[in-house]
Design a binder for this molecule. Structure first.
Ligand SMILES: NC(=O)c1ccc[n+]([C@@H]2O[C@H](COP(=O)([O-])OP(=O)(O)OC[C@H]3O[C@@H](n4cnc5c(N)ncnc54)[C@H](O)[C@@H]3O)[C@@H](O)[C@H]2O)c1
Length: 255
C-alpha cells in the first residue's frame, strides 16, 4: 500500500500467532495504535515485539468481548478499526460432532465478532469513521465435509458483515470480510499433521493432494499477504468498499 496512512486505533483478535500476529505487526509498522487480544498469554510477547498493547481475554465469554473494547477505549480513547480474526477448527462428521465443540466454535467465531462489533460501534459512530474487517474463510463460500461448525460460523460471518455494512453506511462505518484459502499458520500446520495421520500420507502429499487440490496457484498463502488486504480494507482509501467478501483463495472459488 502506498501513500500516507492516517494513524488509527485498532483492536485485533487472535494475535498470538498466524494471521492475527501478521496484522498486528503490519498495523504497528503503519503507525496504528493496536490492542492485541488473545486468550493465549504468548500474545503478550508478540504484542510487545510489534509495539502493540496486549489484553488477555477468552472471547467465547461475552463479558470478555465487552471488556476488550472497554480496554481499547480506556487506553487509546476510541476504536477505529476492529479486526475479528480469532478462530479454531474441529474436524468431525456431523453425526459425531461434539455439541460442546459446536458451541465453542459458534461462540468464538460468530457471537464474539457480533459482540465486539456491537461494543465498538458507539466509538466508531461518534467519530463518523470505522472499519470492521472480518477474517472469514473460503469456507464462508463453499463447504467441505467434517467442518460443520467452522463452515456455519464463517457463512454466518458473511451475513453479519453485510448487515453491519448496511447499518454503518450512513455513519462512516464500513464492514468487509476476507475469505482466505489455506494460509501457512499453526491452525493449518495442525490440520496437515492430522490429515497425514488420518490418510497415512506424507505431509507434503496432504498439502499437494488435499489442500491445494482446488487451487490454481499451487502454494499456501503467507499471513503477511492477508495482512496487506486487511490494511487496505482498514484504510481511508477503502471508504467506498463495504459489504463485500474478498477472496484470497489461490483461485479455489473461480471454478
Ligand atoms: N490458516 C488458514 O488457512 C485460514 C484460512 C481461512 C481462514 N482462516 C481464519 O483466520 C483466522 C486466524 O487463523 P490462523 O490460521 O491465523 O490460526 P492461529 O491458530 O494461528 O490463530 C488463531 C488465534 O486465535 C486465538 N484464539 C483461539 N481461541 C481463542 C479464544 N477463545 N479467545 C481468544 N483468542 C483465541 C489463538 O490463541 C490464536 O492466536 C481464523 O478465524 C481462521 O478461521 C485461517
Amino acid at each position: 500500500m502506498s501513500g500516507i496512512v492516517t494513524p488509527r486505533v485498532a483492536l485485533v483478535t487472535g494475535t498470538s500467532s498466524g494471521i492475527g500476529e501478521a496484522v498486528v505487526r503490519h498495523f504497528c509498522s503503519l503507525g496504528h495504535q493496536v490492542l492485541a487480544v488473545d486468550f493465549n498469554p504468548a500474545g503478550q510477547e508478540v504484542a510487545e515485539q510489534a509495539g502493540a498493547a496486549f489484553f488477555q481475554a477468552d472471547l467465547t465469554d461475552g463479558e470478555a468481548c465487552k471488556a476488550a473494547v472497554s480496554e481499547a477505549v480506556k487506553r487509546f480513547g476510541r476504536v477505529d478499526i476492529l479486526v475479528n480474526n480469532a478462530g479454531i477448527q474441529h474436524v468431525s462428521p456431523i453425526e459425531a460432532f461434539p455439541e460442546a465443540k459446536w458451541r465453542q466454535i459458534i461462540d468464538l467465531m460468530l457471537t464474539a465478532p457480533f459482540l465486539l462489533t456491537q461494543a465498538a460501534w458507539p466509538s466508531m459512530r461518534e467519530n463518523g469513521w470505522g472499519r470492521i474487517v472480518n477474517i472469514a474463510s473460503v469456507h464462508a463460500q463453499v463447504a467441505s465435509p467434517g467442518k460443520s461448525a467452522y463452515i456455519s460460523a464463517k457463512h454466518g460471518m458473511i451475513g453479519l458483515t453485510k448487515t453491519a455494512a448496511l447499518e454503518g453506511g450512513a455513519q462512516g462505518i464500513t464492514a468487509n470480510a476476507i475469505c482466505p484459502a489455506y494460509v501457512k499458520t499453526p491452525l493449518v500446520d495442525n490440520q496437515i499433521a492430522d490429515q497425514a495421520r488420518l490418510h497415512g500420507m506424507q505431509e507434503q502429499e496432504v498439502i499437494e493432494q488435499i489442500m491445494l487440490k482446488n487451487a490454481a496457484v499451487k502454494r499456501l498463502i503467507e499471513p503477511a499477504e492477508v495482512a496487506e488486504l486487511v490494511a487496505y480494507l482498514a484504510s481511508d482509501a477503502a471508504g467506498a468498499v463495504t459489504g463485500a467478501s474478498w477472496n484470497i483463495d489461490l483461485g479455489w472459488t473461480a471454478q
